[in-house]
Design a protein around this ligand. Structure first.
Ligand code: FAD
Ligand code: FES
Length: 516
C-alpha cells in the first residue's frame, strides 16, 4: 500500500504546521536500522537531549547509536524557538522554595554551563548555526497577579550569586514594558543547523545514527524496532521528550502543554537582537503561559520576529490561540509586515520546575531525560553533560537536583491540580461525539464520533478516503481529541499524539491507535 502523505510528513516534523527551522532546511536523515547491532550506549530519540548525550559520550570514546523514528530534530527540537537562557520558566523564588538555595543555584549554574557548552561546541566543531550571544529581558505582564515578581526574582538571583542580573527601567522594545530584569550574555541559535552539526561530529567519532526507525520494545539490555531488529547495549537512554519505556512512574509528575508560535516579517534591525519574556499570567491555577520573543535573520531586507505563548493543555486546546498571539503582537509591534509562519509544539512541565534527568526510577542501566518545560535547549544540553557523567562514573553536583526519583513534597499542590485535571479528562467517555456521521467530514479533517457505546476517531484524507481508529488512547484509556491545527489526534490526559493515520508521534503511548 502507498504510504499516506501525512505519515511521510511525520518523519520531518510532528504535525501539519511547519516551523521556520523545518521549512528552512532539508530533513536530517540517515539510513534506518537494517540489522542487529551491539553498542555500549543505545539512545532512543534524536532531539537536542539524545544528540547532546551521543555527542559527549562519543567524544569520550564510547560506542553509541542514536535511533529516531523520524528525522533528527523531527520532534520538539525542530519546533522550538531556541532561546538559550538561565532565566527559567519557573521563577527562582519558587525554585528556592521547592529545592532550597543550593538547588536554585545549581539550576542557574547548570543552565549557564549549558549555554557555555553549546558555544564551545559550535566553535570547536565549526558548526554554522547562527549562534549568537544576546541579552535577555524579563518584564512584568499586565495580567500578572503576583506581588512584585521582578524584585523577588532579583533578590534570589543575587542570593545565589548571579549579581550580573540587574533591574532596569525599560526593555529595549517598541512599547513600554515598565521595569524589567536584564540578563546579560544569554544566547540563541538555529536548532536544526546545530543538530546537523552534532550529527556530523558523532559520525566522525564512529557513532551510529539511524532515522525512520521506531523502537517498540525496551528490555534491560536490548531494544527492538518495528522491523524486529535489535540493539544490544550496556546502557539505554530514553530521550523521546516524554519517556515511552514507562507507563506511570514519571507521567504523574509532569504535564503536557501545547504552546503556539507566530513568525512575522519585520524590517531588518527594527528590533534589537535580544531575548524578551513577559512574566505571563496564571490560568485556571494550572500554568503560567507567558510570551517569549526573539528575532532571526531572514534575508537582506527582513528579520523574522518569533513570538510564542498562549500555552494550553494538550488535547484541551481551543481555536483562538494564534489569533490571541497575533492580536497581542500587532498591538505592540507596528512594524510587522506579514506573518508567514504559524506553528505549535509540546512542552512538558515538571510539577517542581526542574527536568527529570538521570537513572529511570527502579532501573539500573536505563536513563531518561524529560520534563524540560520551555527550557529544553539548555535542559537537553544539561542532560548531555549529566547523563554522560553518570554513565562514565564521574561525580556531578547536579545529580540530586535532576534525579527522576526525587520527592518534591512541596510541589504537592501542583501535583494534585495536574492530576485532578487528568481525572476530569476521563469524562471524555461521556461526551457526545464532535459529529454524528463521517459524511460531515471534509477532506483533510478529522473528528471523534460516538458509535453505540464506543468512540471512534475518523479522518477523511485529501483523496476522500475515510480512515477509522479506536478513539481510546493506548496509554491509559483516555478519549483522544482532534487537533485541527496540526491535523493530529491528541490525548488530553498525558499528551500522547497520533497522526491522522493513527501513527504514534509522541509518548507516553508507544503504540499506534487501534484500527477499526
Ligand atoms: C514552540 C516551542 C518553543 C520552545 N522554546 C524554547 C526555547 O526558546 N528555549 C528552550 O530552551 N526550549 C524551548 N522549548 C522546549 C524545547 O524545544 C524542548 O524541550 C526540547 O526540544 C525537547 O528536546 P528532546 O530531545 O527532549 O525531545 P524531542 O526534540 O521531541 O526529541 C524526541 C525524539 O524522539 C523520537 N522518538 C519518540 N518516540 C520514539 C520511538 N519509540 N522510537 C524512536 N524514536 C522516537 C521523536 O521522533 C523525536 O525526534 C520550546 C518548545 C516548543 C514546542
Ligand atoms: S496519554 Fe495517558 S491516557 Fe493518553
Amino acid at each position: 500500500m502507498k504510504t499516506p502523505i501525512m505519515e511521510t510528513e511525520a518523519t520531518k516534523t510532528s504535525g501539519a504546521a511547519e516551523s521556520f527551522w523545518v521549512s528552512d532546511m532539508p530533513p536530517i536523515l540517515f539510513s534506518p536500522l537494517e540489522k542487529n547491532i551491539s553498542v555500549e550506549v543505545a539512545i532512543i530519540g534524536g532531539g537536542i537531549a539524545g544528540m547532546s548525550i551521543a555527542y559527549f559520550l562519543s567524544q569520550q570514546g564510547r560506542k553509541v547509536a542514536v535511533i529516531d523514528d523520524g528525522a533528527i530534530g523531527s520532534g520538539e527540537s525542530g519546533r522550538t524557538t531556541a532561546h538559550l537562557t538561565y532565566a527559567l520558566d519557573t521563577r527562582y523564588y519558587e525554585l528556592e522554595n521547592l529545592h532550597g538555595r543550593d538547588g536554585a543555584r545549581f539550576a542557574a549554574e547548570s543552565h549557564i554551563a549549558a549555554i557555555d557548552t553549546i558555544e564551545t561546541i559550535v566553535k570547536e566543531e565549526n558548526i554554522s548555526c547562527d549562534f549568537k550571544r544576546v541579552d535577555g529581558y524579563l518584564f512584568r505582564s499586565g495580567e500578572d497577579t503576583e506581588k512584585d515578581p521582578l524584585r523577588k526574582e532579583l533578590d534570589v538571583l543575587h542570593r545565589i550569586g548571579k549579581k550580573e542580573v540587574a533591574l532596569q527601567k525599560e526593555a529595549p522594545l517598541p512599547f513600554s514594558t515598565g521595569m524589567c530584569l536584564h540578563f546579560p550574555h544569554q544566547g540563541q541559535f538555529h536548532p536544526l543547523k546545530y543538530l546537523a552539526g552534532l550529527a556530523e561530529a558523532i559520525l566522525r567519532k564512529d557513532g551510529k545514527i539511524c532515522t525512520e526507525t521506531h523502537v517498540k520494545d525496551f528490555d534491560v539490555s536490548v531494544i527492538t524496532t518495528d522491523t524486529n531488529h535489535t540493539v544490544n547495549a550496556y546502557f539505554i537512554v530514553v530521550t523521546t521528550n516524554v519517556p515511552v519505556n514507562d507507563r506511570t512512574r514519571i507521567h504523574t509528575k509532569q504535564a503536557p502543554y501545547r504552546t503556539y508560535v507566530i513568525g512575522a516579517r519585520i524590517p531588518k534591525d527594527s528590533i534589537g537582537k535580544s531575548l524578551y519574556w513577559d512574566t505571563g499570567r496564571t490560568e485556571g491555577g494550572l500554568a503560567k503561559p507567558y510570551h517569549y520573543i526573539r528575532t532571526q535573520p531572514l534575508d537582506e531586507t527582513y528579520d523574522l520576529l518569533i513570538i510564542g505563548g498562549e500555552d494550553k493543555k494538550t488535547g484541551q486546546n481551543d481555536n483562538s490561540r494564534y489569533e490571541r498571539i497575533e492580536a497581542w503582537a500587532r498591538n505592540r509591534f507596528p512594524m510587522i509586515r506579514d506573518i508567514p509562519y504559524r506553528w505549535s509544539g509540546q512542552v512538558v512541565n515538571p510539577i517542581d520546575g526542574i527536568g527529570f534527568i538521570g537513572r529511570n526510577p527502579l532501573d539500573k542501566n536505563i536513563y531518561i531525560a524529560t520534563g524540560f518545560s520551555g527550557n529544553g535547549m539548555t535542559h537537553g544540553t544539561v542532560a548531555g553533560i549529566l547523563i554522560t557523567d553518570l554513565i562514565v562514573g564521574k561525580r556531578n553536583p547536579w545529580t540530586d537536583l535532576y534525579d527522576p526519583s526525587r520527592k518534591s513534597i512541596l510541589a504537592a499542590r501542583g501535583y494534585l491540580e495536574e492530576n485532578l485535571n487528568v481525572v476530569k479528562q476521563y469524562t471524555g467517555w461521556l461526551r457526545k461525539g464532535d459529529i454524528p456521521s463521517f459524511h460531515e467530514l471534509t477532506p483533510g479533517q478529522g473528528a471523534i464520533m460516538r458509535r453505540g457505546l464506543s468512540k471512534v476517531a475518523v479522518y477523511r484524507d485529501e483523496t476522500g478516503t475515510v480512515h477509522e481508529f479506536s478513539a481510546i488512547c493506548p496509554h491509559l484509556g483516555c478519549i483522544i481529541q482532534w487537533n485541527f491545527q496540526e491535523k493530529t489526534f491528541d490525548c488530553p490526559c498525558h499528551g500522547s499524539r497520533f497522526t491522522s493515520y493513527g501513527k504514534v508521534i509522541n509518548g507516553p503511548s508507544n503504540t499506534d491507535l487501534n484500527k477499526k
